[in-house]
Structures are given as structure tokens and as C-alpha cells.
Design a protein around this ligand. Sequence first.
Ligand code: ZN
Length: 233
Amino acid sequence: MRFAIISDIHANQEALEAVAASIRVQAPDAVVCLGDIVGYGARPNECIDVVRTLTPHVLLGNHDEAAIDLGRAEYFNPYARIAAEWTHDELTEEHKTFIQALPYSLALGGILFVHSSPRDPAEWNYIITDADAQENFPAFTEPVCFVGHSHLPGIFSADLSEGPVRRGMQFIINVGSVGQPRDNDPRSSYGIFDTNHWEYRNIRVEYNIDAAAAKIRKAGLPKPLADRLFAGR
Ligand code: ZN
């Protein structure tokens, strides 16, 4: 089975459409969205619609949650909180109902998918370091858990080894962010995982950053949310 895994779209329609075109070329058996469809960017409703055309397998992210329950945005930084409030006003009732029903985790084809961490999927903890990953390996039994949330693509192995994903070892794989990459590479990031050959690939896709940034400015959202897209951080 071949999966395409996308995460952290953040209402960036240009990035999502570029990734959707790339996924169509890849022609995977299933697509999984790890959440944070909305927040930061200027096209939340459009992005929910595009994701729903791509897949029925969609998880809840912390920015999705905050957009329908602003009390959950209290710990956000000021720009993220302003964006959550803007998104709350912008989302249609139908899309709020859609977000309301999203799960924190999903097991599909023997693989685990979460937005933040397998140990506490509803706590929004980050897996950034090897130490973070080590705390999470005992929390799941599947050979691979896919995560998003940090916007930093990367692979963690239970035995701290470098090198490609292989059978017989547990891995946590971060697929990076479609709509707001933070690893100093402004291109959209997503993952392809082939369970027949046990092969993982991180794919980067160029998109029209000018157009996405212009929409953020025009919507009156904080300008740094537009500027950071060009730097990819
Ligand atoms: Zn995010």
C-alpha cells in the first residue's frame, strides 16, 4: 500500500493545490491529512474543501481546534491567536461541524497517524528532539507513526540509528508542512510511504508564494505570517 501523508496546510490554498497536483502524479492508494488545515493563512474554507476531495482520512490539529473553540487559543502566540480569531469568523457553519467531528488519531493499514504525539494526541506536545521521540516510542505498537505539528520534516528511530526507514525497527516520521514550512526551505513538504517496499520519501513542491502571501495581507492578517512563507521559517 502507498500512502501520501500531508499535514499543516494552514489555509494556504496555493500550497495545497500544488501538493494535490503532485499527489495526483504519485497516485497513492490512500491519502491521510494529519490536521491543521486552518490557521495562519487566508483561505480556510477553500482548503477544507480541497482536503475533502483528496481524502476521507483527516485528523484534528490544534489550530483546527482553536478555530472552533477560541478558548483553546489562549496559549497561542499573538499572531496565531489573531489568526485563530479571524478564522473563527471566516469558517462556515458546515466547516465548523466538519472540524468538530475530526479524530486525534487514526490507525490505517497497520500504520499510526497523529497530529502531535502518539503518547498524548490531545495534549499538543511537540516531537522535536531524539529525547522527545524516545518518550513516545513506548506509546504505540505499530512499526511507524506519522506526525506533523512542528512543521519540521524528519525521521526518528527507536534505536537512534541514522539512515532510511527499515523493517524490524520503530519509526516516528514527521512529514513537514504543506502551507508553512519552517526548515528554511519555503517549498511545501509532504510524505509518500510504500508499505510494500517499506520506503519513505519526503517530497518538496514549489508553489506560488507571492499569491498566498498577498491573500494574507489583503485579509488583514498579521504581515509576518505572509513574510515567513518566503523564508520557510
Ligand atoms: Zn501547524
